[in-house]
Write a protein that binds this ligand. Structure first.
Ligand code: GLA
Length: 445
């Protein structure tokens, strides 16, 4: 898997013509991978812990810088061309895929990132091609954002390096910019996980990330004799964006309520309105800014006082953070079975407490667990459809691939059969390898 530069080059020639490419200003390539999150779901926007790895599915952009500020983009996947000037970047309701690129360009300009690192803003002709399935919970959006950022910076003379020593934005800075593009331009209030792993992934390792501080560690995965197998349910839900944003609001409501309850208990008056007195304008004087600040003991003590739905959401986040810490410790010590059991618990929590699973995901997880050699199975990503991730012993992989998708589902279903949860894509199971994070790509891959 992974996109070949040859295909991108061909599409570039067909769309923009390659005859005029001067040797020193030829076609360049960047790539950014999708990811699978192994543990730590719906924790990033509550400043919690996550544990994703980059996978061998990616978005490749082949680009040729222009002398002016025009951007012409061809999506090989949608077979559409869009054009816009970097002097005026509007949301495109017709070619929605282009908004990730537009959003990143707009955020880079807003913060004068190109000027700050000594580059000269230039437009480009570019071809975008990806093989990260969309809406499958494997982060095709972040891959496109990160590839867009690398192309825009590259066209403007700035090469992004991991250890940047100040001459280019650091991966953490770049991840925040891409997240801002998705939050403010595209309108999805996502956390920082996907952009971070797309930039920082490393072959053979997963990223143990503290979403509060941005501190991270690449933890080698003891995957000897084990495989990561994805099951794409084929389900794509239109509701995803609104439900995702609602979960985020519910966590924020939980933080406010818990803060008030704890303050009352401590005999403090609830904090004054913003701007009145000396209190900060967010959080509480107990210092609760996000669910990360609420200990398990505190939560157990007060959970009865919370509205039931809010209590469930908070319970998931607090439990999931604990699972990441336990899971990382288990893997560091080679206890893959224990890690698998934590994946299973994570699924139960996402299904029952956070309520972001769906029938197709639950069915795939249940079927997977009947197959011997499956250490853990859970939904991955935002949920409401998309994929499950399964940790499977190598010798069981072929049985898994043959049996996990119920017979008769290896075909796209008619939308009418499933109403809102249409199987708009064919359910399928496939093995992924842990891949390197984003960067330039040599022609000829
Ligand atoms: C999406 C978001 C991430 C994260 C996950 C759920 O992938 O982009 O920031 O919140 O959902 O863990």
């Amino acid at each position: 898997m992974a996109v070949s530069t040859t295909g991108v080059e061909l599409a570039f020639g067909n769309t923009f013509g390659i005859g005029s490419i001067a040797e020193d200003d030829g076609l360049r390539f960047v790539r950014a991978p999708g990811r699978v999150n192994l543990l730590g779901e719906h924790t990033d926007y509550s400043e919690g812990f996550v544990f994703p790895c980059a996978i061998d599915l990616d978005v490749v952009i082949g680009f040729r810088p222009r002398q002016d500020r025009l951007v012409r983009l061809y999506s090989a996947d949608y077979d559409e061309v869009v054009g816009f000037s970097l002097d005026r970047i509007d949301y495109d309701t017709e070619h929605k895929w282009s908004n990730y690129f537009r959003g990143v360009a707009s955020v880079l300009l807003k913060h004068d990132i190109i000027g700050r690192y000594g580059g000269t803003l230039r437009g480009m002709d570019a071809v975008v091609k990806g093989d990260v399935p969309e809406g499958a919970g494997l982060s095709s959006s972040a891959a496109l954002e990160v590839a867009s950022a690398l192309a825009l910076l590259g066209a403007s003379g700035i090469e992004v390096r991991r250890a940047s020593a100040g001459e280019s934005p650091s991966p953490v800075e770049l991840a925040r910019l891409c997240q801002e593009a998705e939050n403010d331009f595209v309108g999805v209030k996502c956390g920082i996980m996907d952009q971070m792993i797309s930039l920082l992934g490393q072959v053979g390792s997963a990223l143990f990330l503290d979403c509060r501080t941005g501190a991270y560690e690449l933890v080698p995965l003891p995957l000897k004799g084990l495989k990561l197998v994805m099951c794409d349910t084929g389900v794509r839900r239109g509701l995803l964006q609104s439900e995702y944003n609602r979960r985020r609001e519910e966590c924020e409501a939980g933080v406010r309520l818990i803060g008030e309850i704890l303050e009352e208990r401590a005999g403090l008056a609830p904090h004054p309105e913003p701007g009145v007195g000396a209190a900060p304008d967010h959080g509480t004087s107990r210092g609760i800014q996000t669910l990360r600040d609420v200990s398990r003991a505190e939560f157990e003590d007060i959970k009865e006082k919370l509205p039931p739905v809010i209590a469930k959401r908070c319970a998931h986040v607090i439990g999931e953070n604990e699972r990441v810490l336990k899971g990382v410790d288990a893997l560091r010590n080679g206890r893959a079975e224990e890690f698998g059991a934590l994946m299973n618990e994570s699924h139960e929590s996402l299904r029952d407490l956070y309520e972001v699973s769906c029938e197709a995901l639950d069915t795939m997880v249940e079927r997977a667990r009947t197959i011997p050699g499956v250490l853990g199975a859970r939904m991955t990503g935002a949920g409401f459809g998309g994929c499950t991730v399964n940790l499977v012993r190598e010798e069981s992989v072929s049985q898994f691939l043959a049996e996990v998708i119920p017979q008769g589902q290896h075909r796209a279903k008619d939308k009418h059969e499933f109403g809102d949860s249409a199987f708009s894509h064919v359910p399928r199971a496939f093995v992924v390898e842990v891949a390197e994070g984003a960067g330039p790509l040599n022609a000829g891959r």
